[in-house]
Design a protein around this ligand. Structure first.
Ligand SMILES: Cc1cc2nc3c(=O)[nH]c(=O)nc-3n(C[C@H](O)[C@H](O)[C@H](O)COP(=O)(O)OP(=O)(O)OC[C@H]3O[C@@H](n4cnc5c(N)ncnc54)[C@H](O)[C@@H]3O)c2cc1C
Length: 489
């Protein structure tokens, strides 16, 4: 196969890349496999794609690279290690779903327990929450089938792609996601697509013989001689040899339980701040320039880094959602649909919140304090406090200065002026909503290289709640990786 790198693709020819290559090379090309496609908008007014692709000059020559999946990865590495035949998994978020899928593919029996409801029922609960502010503790934006990722922006970003994250992207394509996610530099799915894919993942798990128990909450664990002995689900104890703990970073009751059992936990730094919302038209014009067909580019995003504050989880064409996992507390987050066609863009602006490894209590306490304060300030109805960026800087109304600790507010104040220089109009057009507290896990459940807890044999912490991943793709990839490392022990 030959390779063509860093070639320009006009926006209108995104779906005709072989033809673009033929024009550049002056030859017919076959078996084109796109490796990477990124939107380049450094030249204002002329955004275009930059592409890397491999191809052959003869129809039947060269082996066309294929996207791989968890199944092909297992075939490549499977060492058929004997391990507990029945594995319990707690949490049906990306990490739990993909751990279940990989273990089932390898022939193990899997029982997957999720405290929330199937995604379609959960969707109705969330709609009621967003419209009528009826909050349910086990069925909300964080909890239920699909985990925190199901009602999200559905960005599938990762800083570095691994075989495991590529396999997850391949699985999503096999489930029906667009092939583009394998090569786009910033793949995005959106809430509507995610729900559809999660339902298909459930079907696949059931077809492989997995059992899924909804509204089934892990309440306790019993340990004997540093080995897992049994688990308590909905007040019923049952023997358990292997437990994959994929409960996410908002399962505070799980952290309390692990702490009480003396299982090794470490404090982990995370970030705290606000969401800022702008008209999408302002972001499009600032990033792409005027006179551009934004239907072809899609909604523009941005990444900003200041002295102490940075943008995080930017959602172009999305909405800010209030979210809660506990009664009487509320935080912000962002979500979008696959078309990213809301007239607004939002992003978190966050400041690192440092936590010492030995401090396993203060991270959650700090999150909870801010979330409860926000709940009180915004009228105790799961709305979030908001304030125009200009008013925040003028200290008018004072809302967010009263909510956030002074050092964080001062960092945000400085960052707004810094970001205004990079994107003029950032302040005037900005609405702040707060607090953004659930950026990543405030704790790590310490595990060995094998994925097993350092304290108790048979417990395998995985995903964002374990503190080893952040985001949908890396959490799902951690689930797959865990299944492999269990096989390799
Ligand atoms: C609104 C929002 C938008 C987001 N946007 C993005 C985005 O665009 N891109 C991105 O990469 N990431 C995004 N994230 C983060 C992403 O969703 C998480 O990183 C990811 O879901 C973590 O996966 P996980 O499987 O480790 O945990 P989770 O998704 O948190 O899943 C954990 C599951 O465990 C269940 N559980 C917890 N305790 C128990 C128990 N005791 N018994 C039984 N079940 C239990 C929970 O109900 C939950 O369903 C967003 C998050 C939110 C909330």
């Amino acid at each position: 196969m030959d390779r063509l790198e860093q070639f320009e693709v006009p926006l209108t020819q995104k779906n005709a890349i072989p033809q673009v290559m033929e024009k550049i090379l002056g030859k017919k090309v076959f078996n084109v496999h796109i490796e990477r496609l990124a939107l380049d908008y450094r030249r204002k007014g002329n955004p275009h794609y930059v592409c890397n692709a491999v191809y052959s000059l003869e129809k039947n020559s060269g082996e066309v690279p294929q996207n791989f999946s968890t199944k092909t990865l297992l075939e490549k590495y499977n060492k058929n290690k004997s391990m507990p035949s029945e594995i319990s998994i707690v949490g049906a978020g990306p990490a739990g779903l993909w751990a279940a899928y990989a273990l089932l593919l390898n022939g193990h029996k899997v029982n997957l327990y999720e405290q929330g409801k199937p995604v379609e029922e959960r969707f109705r609960d969330i709609r009621r929450f967003l419209k009528a502010r009826i909050f349910l503790e086990n069925s909300n934006i964080f909890f239920g089938e699909g985990g925190a990722g199901a009602f999200s922006d559905g960005k599938l970003n990762t800083r570095s792609r691994t075989e495991f994250s590529q396999a997850v992207l391949g699985d999503l394509i096999n489930l029906g996601a667009s092939e583009e996610i394998a090569y786009l530099s910033k793949p995005h799915i959106g809430t509507d697509q995610l729900q559809f894919l999660i339902k298909k993942m459930r079907k696949q798990i059931l077809e492989l013989g997995g059992k899924i128990y909804f509204e089934s909450c892990l309440q306790d664990i019993s340990v004997r001689d540093n080995c897992l002995n049994s688990i308590c689900i909905n007040k019923k104890w049952q023997p358990c040899e292997a437990l994959v703990l994929a409960s996410g970073h908002s399962a505070r009751n799980i952290y309390d339980m692990l702490f009480a059992l003396g299982i090794a936990l470490e404090g982990k730094s995370f970030a705290v701040g606000v969401r800022i919302e702008h008209p999408q038209s302002f972001i499009n014009e600032t990033r792409f320039g005027r006179g551009v067909d934004y239907k072809l580019t899609g909604a523009a995003d941005y990444t900003l880094t200041g002295k102490t504050t940075y943008s995080f989880c930017m959602c172009p064409g999305g909405v800010v959602v209030p979210c809660a996992s506990e009664k009487g507390g509320v935080a912000t987050n962002g979500m979008s649909y696959s078309r990213r066609n809301s007239p607004y863009a939002n992003s978190a602006l966050v400041v690192p919140y440092k936590i010492d490894k030995n401090d396993v209590k203060s991270g959650i306490a700090f999150q909870r304090e801010l979330e409860q304060k926000a709940f009180e300030m915004a009228g105790k109805n799961y709305s979030v406090p908001k304030q125009r960026a200009e008013d925040f800087l003028a200290k008018k109304g004072g809302d967010l200065w009263d909510l956030m600790p002074k050092d964080i507010s001062t960092s945000l104040e400085a960052a707004l002026y810094e970001f205004e220089k990079k994107m003029p109009g950032f302040i005037k057009n900005g609405l702040l909503l707060a607090p953004e507290t659930r950026t990543s896990s405030p704790l790590r459940i310490v595990r060995k290289e094998s994925g097993e807890s350092v304290s108790v044999a048979g417990i395998y912490p995985v995903g964002e709640g374990a503190g080893y991943s952040g985001g949908i793709l890396t959490s799902a990839a951690d689930g797959v990786r865990l299944a492999f490392s269990m096989l390799w022990q």
